[in-house]
Design a binder for this molecule. Structure first.
Ligand SMILES: [Zn+2]
Length: 345
């Protein structure tokens, strides 16, 4: 660790770590300023833009301790990450009794939270969900917004490179904290910088990381910087699109490169399906067809009709042939942290 440091050892005041989604978790050292300026300040700005206000009670289940700090810094009340001691039913009951209005969570787990509250017959007062840490299809967001009467807003950042962007009330991408970092998008193969609107790998230069400086740090995350347009909210910072996923999550079907979120976009548009799904990767490299296992709702009568409809949608919207396995709700295990959508056979 010491050889990575650009500051004297004594200036390292704490560690976070990467989540270990694609390997062993890596410890990330921070100076006090790295954390206060690079994380907390930017997150305060993003969270305010998303709509958190001092009248709110915010429950932090995201796994990121800094969110509770942010709620307090903005004058809101924080129901802290350890309240409920990791037990979902307790967390929901505490949300009810303390009047939680804002939930900070991973998108796939937020859904589990609302489904469980419904099962328990608990009517919550949550109006805003701040999601981070994983991509989520717009069609799914819309379904949950309609079903549970909440608004979803997303923030984007990486432990390795800081908090970088967040949506405002008008959406249409996430405002980049452009006075604290430079974001570029490159072609991952040629390393050429791409123009706004073109999709590629995000590269970050963060002005507030001193312990381990990040200068043109390759994130492996695929996204695009959006062509500049003035935003009705009055913020002048440019926007980036939601991250589609990591380079290593690409599924190659007959030459078409798909991300789990592309598949999710199709699934989320069909109301007869449940919320959980898996993409089966039957071999490394190119696949002949897309293979998806997905839960269907209990009241679906004609499974064969639903299966055919789904294949048709994959064909039309993604341009690939598919094999679909419909399974009852509860057949696919619920994630405890970030949802793992790709399963290798
Ligand atoms: Zn805006």
């Amino acid at each position: 660790m010491k050889e990575k440091l650009a500051v004297p050892w004594e200036e390292v005041k704490h560690y976070c770590s990467t989540s270990g989604t694609t390997g062993a978790p890596e410890p990330i050292p921070f100076t006090r300023n790295d954390f206060e300026r690079g994380c907390i300040n930017n997150l305060c700005r993003a969270t305010w833009a998303m709509g958190l206000r001092p009248i709110d009670v915010a429950q932090n289940l995201s796994g990121f301790v800094c969110f509770s700090r942010v709620s307090e810094a903005l004058g809101a009340t924080a129901l802290k990450e350890h309240a409920g001691r990791g037990n979902l039913d307790n967390q929901i009951m505490l949300a009810k009794t303390t009047g939680v209005t804002v939930l900070e969570h991973l998108p796939s787990l937020a859904l589990q939270y609302f489904d469980r509250a419904k099962e328990l017959g608990i009517d919550l007062n949550v109006r805003l969900v701040i999601g981070l840490g994983e991509p989520w299809a717009e069609s799914y967001k819309k379904r949950v917004e309609e079903e549970y009467g909440v608004t979803f807003k997303s923030a984007y950042g990486l432990t390795e490179a800081g908090e970088l962007s967040g949506e405002c009330e008008y959406g249409g991408g996430m405002h980049i904290s452009a006075d604290t970092c430079i974001l570029e998008v490159i072609d991952p193969e040629t390393h050429q910088v791409l123009a706004p609107g073109q999709e590629g790998e995000l590269v970050v230069t963060n002005f507030f990381r001193r312990a381990v400086p990040r200068i043109r740090f390759r994130t492996s995350d695929i996204t695009k910087i959006l062509p500049y347009e003035p935003c009705p909210c009055g913020r002048t910072h440019p926007k980036m699109a939601a991250v589609k996923g990591r380079l290593s999550y690409v599924i190659n079907v007959r030459g078409r490169k798909l991300f789990p979120v592309d598949v999710e976009e199709v699934l989320g548009s069909i109301s007869d399906l449940g919320h959980e799904y898996q993409i089966i990767r039957d071999r490394p490299g190119e696949q002949e067809r897309l293979e998806v296992r997905v839960e269907h709702r209990p009241d679906v009568k004609r499974l064969d009709d639903l299966e055919n409809r789904l294949k048709e949608e994959f064909n039309q919207k993604l341009g690939v042939p598919s094999e679909v396995e419909l399974v009852p709700v509860g057949s696919i295990g619920r994630a405890l942290f970030k949802a793992q959508r790709i399963v290798a056979t």
